[in-house]
Design a protein around this ligand. Structure first.
Ligand SMILES: O=C[C@H](O)COP(=O)(O)O
Length: 251
């Protein structure tokens, strides 16, 4: 059984010192009680990666991730960061295709597919984020959207990729930062769809971790994490507070 991945995405929140403080509090709150079958991932803003990395050093079960990267070795890409720079800052993971990258920054499937392939090639573990909008859900397009995002996002990678290098985060766009959580039946249905598609695309599709994200809170984590085909959570708002996120990690 893969370990459950309890991931925090701090988005564009926290200064260097605030991020270090939250990471420090979290480690203290969780380290003695972290079950063997769980891992913690923190994705702070780029400016805080190195500082948070120092807080996580030698803490078993804690990992650092980038929220994004540009799929090139180096070059004239003002404002961007590459996988080697993330690795250099202590990251082992990176998010790709978060809904805010897709819907606010306008990133398209082809570009995201390049990121997935390039990040993996450079040695990062990649978490590909997918999810339907409210309008797509209302039009009965959940399966179509999720399958298309997986097909496009994974089209450049080897079908024989080993399961620990890739994870998928299902994040219904309508549940992100809204307080609206998808209910267990909706989460179950979507995760089952994702699992079936992954099994069709990848040899180890059965073993790829699928995380749920969208208004995860201490009160709803246990019911979400216990569902079939849910191997972790990706938490935004509630992960900014060490006390709340430690309750989520240990739920
Ligand atoms: O990456 C995290 C997701 O966007 C969920 O954010 P949220 O927990 O604030 O809804």
């Amino acid at each position: 059984m893969p370990k459950k991945l309890m991931a925090a995405n701090w988005k564009m929140f926290k200064t260097w010192e605030e991020a270090r403080q939250t990471a420090r509090e979290l480690v203290v709150a969780v380290r003695n009680d972290l079950p063997d079958d769980r891992e913690v991932l923190l994705c702070p803003p780029f400016t805080a990666l190195r500082g948070v990395s120092e807080m996580l050093m030698q803490q078993e079960g804690f990992y650092l991730g980038g929220q994004d990267f540009y799929p090139a070795e180096q070059g004239a890409f003002t404002g961007e960061i590459n996988p080697d720079q993330l690795l250099d800052a202590g990251c082992s993971y990176a998010l790709v295709g978060h809904s805010e990258r897709r819907h606010v920054l306008g990133e398209k499937d082809d570009f995201l597919a390049s990121k997935v392939a390039f990040g993996l090639q450079k040695g990062l573990k990649v978490i590909l984020c997918i999810g339907e909008t409210l309008q797509e859900r209302k039009h009965g397009q959940v399966q179509e959207v999720l399958h298309a995002q997986l097909e496009h996002g994974l089209k450049h990678i080897s079908t024989g990729i080993s399961a620990e290098h890739l994870a998928v985060a299902y994040e219904p766009v309508w549940a992100i930062g809204t307080g609206e959580t998808a209910g267990p039946p909706e989460i179950q249905e979507a995760h089952d769809l994702v699992r079936e598609k992954l099994k069709g695309i990848l040899k180890q599709g059965e073993a790829i971790r699928i995380l749920y994200g969208g208004s995860v809170k201490p009160e709803n984590t246990a019911s979400i994490i216990s569902l079939d085909n849910v191997e972790g959570v990706l938490v935004g708002g509630a992960s900014l507070n060490a006390d709340k996120f430690s309750q989520i990690v240990l739920a």
